[in-house]
Design a protein. Structure first.
Length: 221
């Protein structure tokens, strides 16, 4: 992979074109979402040997036994979230930080939380290096949400829950949207979109997905 003067791998034009083509062919058609994904170099969020595969449409291993999501799933989830420039977004499951970086180009402010301090520290360094001051990174069990910062216009879970966590539903503003994978199984879950209206909650099933599980408490690293 080519490198620029800073030693960071550069996003080569051909790989980028192929990356965007694949996203479109898999249903990511919103031009704001495509623009945000074009702006964020996924290669910076994947370490070591896997970095060479950063522009493939595949999930890849990151530290702490977790994964960076498949780019087309990141695109489809972001699209389903209908993020606008005035929105405050909560992401539960920072992982590599890639999804939060994409959201930072679309929203006013992004809070991202992970139960592994090692992951949030690495992601925070990247957000600083990329000058993304509207991302606020926190370590903790995100299934309780962030009561002090609530309510949120948009909430995205990038780990699979058996049911939508009650505290997160409670922290969703009226008119707000939450997107999350739900299911009993470790191998396949359903991506759902929840909308809070004046009358209550509307649920829409989007597609099958496969995510790491939402876990309780802090991680060890
Ligand atoms: N969005 C990430 C991928 C997330 S992988 C990216 O763009 O790379 C799922 C992440 O959810 C993992 O990092 C895992 O540690 C985190 N996670 C699981 N349960 C959690 C919880 N209760 N609170 C916060 N983070 C959690």
């Amino acid at each position: 992979m080519p490198h620029d003067d800073s030693g960071l791998p550069t996003y080569d034009a051909e790989a980028k074109m192929q990356f965007l083509f694949t996203l479109r062919s898999r249903g990511v058609t919103d031009t704001r979402v495509l623009g945000a994904m074009e702006a964020v170099d996924r290669g910076l969020f994947v370490q070591g040997a896997f970095a060479a595969r950063a522009y493939e449409d595949t999930p890849l291993p990151i530290a702490c036994g977790q994964t960076i999501s498949q780019p087309s799933i990141v695109g489809l989830m972001t699209q389903a979230l209908e993020v606008g420039p005035r929105h405050t977004v909560l992401e539960v499951g920072t992982g590599s930080g890639y999804q939060a970086a994409v959201l930072s180009h679309l929203a006013r402010r992004v809070y991202t939380v992970d139960r592994y301090r090692r992951l949030t520290q690495a992601a925070e360094k990247l957000f600083q290096a990329l000058s993304l001051p509207n991302v606020i990174t926190l370590s903790g069990d995100g299934s309780h949400g962030l009561p002090e910062q609530a309510p949120f216009d948009r909430i995205l879970l990038t780990a699979a829950a058996e049911d939508p966590p009650g505290p997160l539903l409670a922290q969703l503003r009226e008119g707000g949207i939450m997107v999350l994978p739900v299911g009993q199984s470790d191998t396949v879950q359903t991506l759902i979109k929840v909308r809070r209206t004046a009358e209550g909650l509307d649920y829409e099933e989007l597609r099958s997905v496969r995510f790491v599980p939402l876990m309780e408490g802090m991680g060890k690293e």
